[in-house]
Design a protein around this ligand. Structure first.
Ligand SMILES: C[S@@+](CC[C@H](N)C(=O)[O-])C[C@H]1O[C@@H](n2cnc3c(N)ncnc32)[C@H](O)[C@@H]1O
Length: 200
C-alpha cells in the first residue's frame, strides 16, 4: 500500500510555486536535474515532477522508505522520475554526478546534527556550479522560534529523539558558507515554515 502524508498534500502547492519561481530565476538550465534528500513517502516527487515536466527528479532516502516511494512512482508512471537511490547523507552512496538542485523537505529537524553537517558538506559537492540547495521546513532565527507551535513541535521532536530538533538558520548558514554556498532567498511559507535557498 502507498504511504500517505497529509502534510505533503497541504504543503505541496505552495512549495511548487516556489520551485517554479526558482527554476525560472536562479537555475540556468532549461532541463534542471533535482536530487531530493529524504523523499519520505514519494508524494512530493510525484507532484513536482508531474507539474514540472522539464525537471528530471531523482528520489533518495534510506532503504526502508524505498517500497513506499516506488509505489507512488509506479502508479504515477512519469518519465521524469528515477527510482530512489539508497542514501543516508552521512554514509557512502552520494551520486558521482552533479545536479542543478538539491531539494529537501522536513529533513533537517529529523536528522541528527552530524547528518545536517554532512548534508551541506557532501550535498554541496553534488551541486553544479550556480546550482541551488533548497530546504523546506521550520527553522529558528537568532535562536528564537518563529511561533508557539514550532516551539511545541521542537519539544516533541526532542522528546522523541534528543539529537533531532528545529535548526537555527545561522548555524545552517555557517555550514553553507563552509561548503561554498551563498545564501540567496528566504521564503515565508504557510504554517510557520520557510524555504531557504543557497547557491553554489
Ligand atoms: C519527516 S520525513 C520528511 C519526508 C518528506 N521529505 C516529506 O516532506 O514528507 C524525514 C525524512 O528524512 C530522512 N532522513 C533522516 N535522516 C536521514 C539521513 N541521515 N540521511 C538521509 N535521509 C534521512 C528520513 O528517512 C525521512 O524520509
Amino acid at each position: 500500500m502507498k504511504p500517505y502524508s497529509a502534510a505533503c498534500e497541504q504543503n505541496r502547492e505552495p512549495i511548487l510555486q516556489v520551485l517554479t519561481e526558482l527554476i525560472t530565476t536562479e537555475v540556468k538550465s532549461h532541463k534542471p536535474t533535482v536530487l531530493e534528500i529524504g523523499s519520505g513517502t514519494g508524494q512530493h516527487a510525484v507532484y513536482f515532477a508531474a507539474a514540472l515536466p522539464q525537471l528530471t527528479w531523482h528520489c533518495s532516502d534510506q532503504r526502508q522508505y524505498h517500497p513506499g516511494i516506488q509505489a507512488w512512482l509506479d502508479e504515477a508512471k512519469l518519465p521524469n522520475i528515477h527510482s530512489p537511490i539508497n542514501l543516508n547523507v552521512s554514509e557512502e552512496g552520494w551520486p558521482e554526478t552533479q545536479f542543478d538542485i538539491i531539494y529537501s523537505a522536513n529533513v533537517t529537524h529529523i536528522m541528527h546534527w552530524q547528518n545536517v553537517v554532512d548534508l551541506f558538506a557532501k550535498g554541496a559537492a553534488c551541486i553544479k556550479p550556480a546550482g541551488i540547495m533548497v530546504c523546506y521546513g521550520p527553522f529558528n532565527f537568532e535562536g528564537k522560534y518563529t511561533s508557539a507551535s514550532n516551539a511545541q513541535f521542537d519539544q516533541y521532536l526532542r522528546s522523541q529523539d534528543p539529537e533531532s530538533g528545529i535548526r537555527n538558520f545561522e548555524d545552517l548558514q555557517q555550514l553553507a558558507k563552509e561548503a561554498g554556498l551563498k545564501f540567496v532567498r528566504d521564503y515565508e511559507m504557510p504554517a510557520n515554515n520557510r524555504i531557504l535557498v543557497w547557491q553554489k
